[in-house]
Design a protein. Structure first.
Length: 379
């Protein structure tokens, strides 16, 4: 048999999948391992998608997405993200995941390096590998409040470094970066002439601190903004996101997109227009629900004396179980699933710095969340 490509073989399997598959075989599981919002999708979004199918809106769209959607996105960026774009900077993608992949495809050649957060979303490691590029983790530690340290980033730069990836609000940590830190990261990128990919898919879920878009501070056109409708509108299966690029690369994007998916599913794009232009009260209600869940969960963890990172955004809890896991959090998570019937994501699924920690999704119902936390071992 011919051999598969080295790039494909080097993509690490997801560390959450094993727990997910084990959980699927068991009964009475409280499933907190996957980042799936549980709230129903707003009716007007579903109606717009259904209407599009019924009206036979089933043909290819422009590679970048339909004009109606790109206009709605540009208006949203002006209103909520506080920056202006020209139409050819906005590109509709198959979720935030494909926006990430496109941003990396446009900036990384084989052997190039990309600085990624550790712990961080697994795709930050997987996508560069598929491109033959090298993900270089920058550790985020409890001592540093899980924020990037610019001096440490300076030390990780080599002649092959091309991109800095920033994720705020962050998955799995829930940390939200303030404007000073974001300016520091941009200055770092300018000093080393790097592109910056800013993953902002949790932009609407902050509790207190306001989300600041990196591109709104970007004076020299080096930021690729990654956005998604998946988390905001609980539309994870619709697969609509978008990439906002620096100027002057629309033709390159369109050619690359043509070679991968041509365009995003047309009815899903119509549903996305309704999501962006319609009533936003579902988003506010979802944020309130996550905030209440997180407050109740933090109060319980405080009571139990279990260490965790208090999230300022996203909808996850990052919890220290190092007092119980005997140095192997993956094995511990499997045992916890079987014995306590709770599925959690082991921290190492997000990078080596996640050893000793777990991630719990707080986007579901409050009762099961608190029941699950009550089953955690106390220090
Ligand atoms: C940080 C981050 N970026 C991107 C994504 C991709 O989301 P989607 O492809 O569903 O839009 C996720 C999903 O969990 C995420 O957590």
């Amino acid at each position: 048999m011919p051999r598969l490509s080295e790039n494909a073989l080097s993509v690490p399997p997801s560390g959450i999948r094993r727990i997910f598959e084990m959980a699927a075989e068991l009964d009475d599981i409280i499933a907190l391992s996957v980042g799936e919002p549980e709230l129903p999708v707003a009716r007007h979004i579903l109606d717009a998608g259904a209407q599009a199918w019924n009206d036979d809106v089933t043909h290819y769209t422009p590679n970048d997405g339909i004009a109606l959607l790109r206009t709605a996105i540009a208006a949203k960026l002006r209103r909520d993200n506080h920056y202006l774009v020209s139409g050819d900077q906005v590109h509709v993608t198959a979720g935030g995941a494909q926006a990430l992949h496109m941003a990396m495809s446009l900036t990384l050649a084989p052997g190039d390096e990309i600085l990624i957060p550790d712990p961080g979303y697994a795709t930050f490691t997987m996508a560069p590998r598929l491109l033959g590029a090298v993900p270089v983790p920058y550790p985020l530690t409890p001592d540093g409040g899980f924020e990037p340290d610019v001096e440490q980033l300076d030390r990780l730069v080599t002649p092959r470094t091309r991109v800095l990836l920033v994720n705020s609000p962050s998955n799995p940590l829930g940390v939200v970066y303030g404007p000073d830190l974001l300016r520091g990261l941009l200055a770092f990128a300018a000093r080393h002439d790097l592109w910056v990919i800013s993953d902002e898919v949790y932009e609407y879920f902050t509790f207190g601190a306001r989300h600041v878009s990196l591109a709104s501070l970007d004076a020299d056109d080096r930021v690729f903004g990654v956005y998604s409708l998946s988390k905001t509108y609980a539309l994870t299966g619709a697969r609509v996101g978008y990439l906002v690029t620096p100027t002057g690369i629309a033709n390159t994007f369109r050619a690359a997109q043509e070679s991968i998916v041509s365009c995003v599913n047309a009815p899903a794009q119509m549903a996305a227009v309704a999501a962006l232009e319609g009533d936003q009260s579902h988003v506010t209600a979802a944020r309130e629900r996550y905030r209440r869940n997180i407050e109740a969960a933090c109060a319980l963890l405080d009571e139990l004396g279990i260490r965790y990172q208090r999230p300022g955004g996203a909808f996850y809890l990052w919890i220290d179980v190092s007092h119980a896991d005997e140095g192997n959090v993956s094995a511990w998570a499997e045992k916890f699933l079987v014995e306590q019937r709770v599925a959690v994501a082991p921290g190492v699924a997000f990078g080596a710095a996640g050893e000793g920690w777990i991630r719990i999704c707080a986007a579901g119902k409050t009762g099961p969340l608190l029941t699950a936390l009550g089953r955690l071992p106390r220090p």
